[in-house]
Design a protein around this ligand. Structure first.
Ligand code: PEP
Ligand code: MN
Length: 339
């Protein structure tokens, strides 16, 4: 259920309603919008007392009590009609600005990461990506530098001022990864690893949740619900292509997920055209499409020498190509009414 408060309610009045929600057996989840506050009440309505009594108990504070029809509650637009914005250091994702998150698939060396970081920053990126713990299909392929990679990311952040996103693979590394990153990425192979999602949510860091390889949108939204239900409102959905019968591209990038997520959820949506296409030559066109369709950020793999990359070489764009791509995108971003 969601409880909509009247505009201009004081903190004290809000606290009184929250206390009552708790005493009725529900867990309150507070969402403060620009105009008014909405409280999601989590709990089993069959076993707990009705929340309808709040209207009569607090007639000057509570506007209405509404059921959320969807299976996903806190991520749904029903619960939170306006767009959520996620603060990452000095940046805001989900607002007017479309953010470029760019960098290598894997952190390989100081030189490779620093070269990438400086180039993507100069081209206008605000967030540096780079995998330190890598989910590889084969156990014989490069598994990432681990903590050493995290340290290199922290160094690149210090020297360039870029924010950092990196993947969390295991619950046991949640605190370690959170110590070094600004955004935690949950990869496609782990997007329904609910214990991992809970551990990631509990770090309090913004979470970028990739769509699983064969995940329906409803399942993806429900996976996102695990983050919000664990007291972390900072969730970004990321479409990175799904498995279809098509083999020309590595995956089929489902750009239609953008308006669907926008319709169903208030959380920002990020597009990863690199894993989506699996080939560098399609990245620019997919970025343009994503911008036109309302993406809030793009997650792009960039490498100083893609042919020599230790992972995902064929889909990474060179530093020069990224610089040109970022330049080319500008007109599309403005045409979409964004910055
Ligand atoms: C990646 O971003 O390098 C990655 C492994 O992504 P995904 O989980 O989407 O495959
Ligand atoms: Mn990759």
């Amino acid at each position: 259920m969601i409880i909509v408060l009247k505009p201009g309610i004081s903190k004290k009045q809000e606290a009184a309603v929250i206390k009552e929600i708790r005493s009725l057996g529900y867990r309150p989840h507070i969402m403060r919008g620009v105009a008014r506050t909405v409280i999601g009440a989590i709990g089993d309505e069959l076993t707990h007392q009705s929340l309808e009594t709040l209207i009569t108990a607090f007639p000057r504070i509570v506007e209405c009590v509404m059921p959320v029809q969807r299976r996903y509650k806190l991520v749904s637009r029903e619960a939170h009609p306006s767009n959520s914005t996620i603060r990452v250091r000095e940046h805001v994702i989900g607002g007017k600005k479309i953010h470029l998150m760019a960098g290598p698939c894997s952190v390989e060396s100081e030189k490779q990461l620093m070269k990438s970081a400086e180039a993507v920053k100069a081209a206008g990126a605000t967030i540096l990506r780079g995998g330190a713990f890598k989910p590889r299909t084969s156990p014989y392929e490069f598994q990432g530098l681990g903590e050493k990679g995290l340290k290199l990311l922290a160094r690149a952040r210090r020297e360039t001022g870029l924010a950092v996103i990196t993947e969390l693979l295991s619950e046991t590394h949640a605190d370690l990864v959170a110590e070094y990153t600004d955004i935690i990425q949950i990869g496609a192979r782990n997007s329904q690893n609910f214990q991992l999602l809970i551990a990631a949510a509990k770090t309090g860091k913004p979470i970028l949740l990739k769509r699983g390889l064969s995940m329906k949108i409803e399942e993806w939204l429900l996976a996102g619900e695990y983050v919000l239900a664990n007291e972390n409102p900072n969730l970004l959905f990321c479409e990175r292509g799904i498995r279809t019968f098509e083999t020309y591209t590595r995956n089929t990038l489902d750009l239609s997920a953008i308006p669907v997520i926008k319709k169903e959820s208030h959380c920002p949506i990020v597009i990863d055209p690199s894993q989506g296409a699996g080939r560098a030559d399609l990245v620019e066109a997919l970025c343009k499409g994503a911008v036109a369709m309302g993406a809030d950020a793009l997650l792009i793999e960039v490498h100083p020498n893609p042919a020599e990359a230790w992972s995902d070489g064929v889909q990474q764009v060179s530093l020069d190509l990224f610089t040109r791509l970022a330049q080319e995108l500008r007109a599309f971003i403005l045409a979409a009414g964004r910055e």
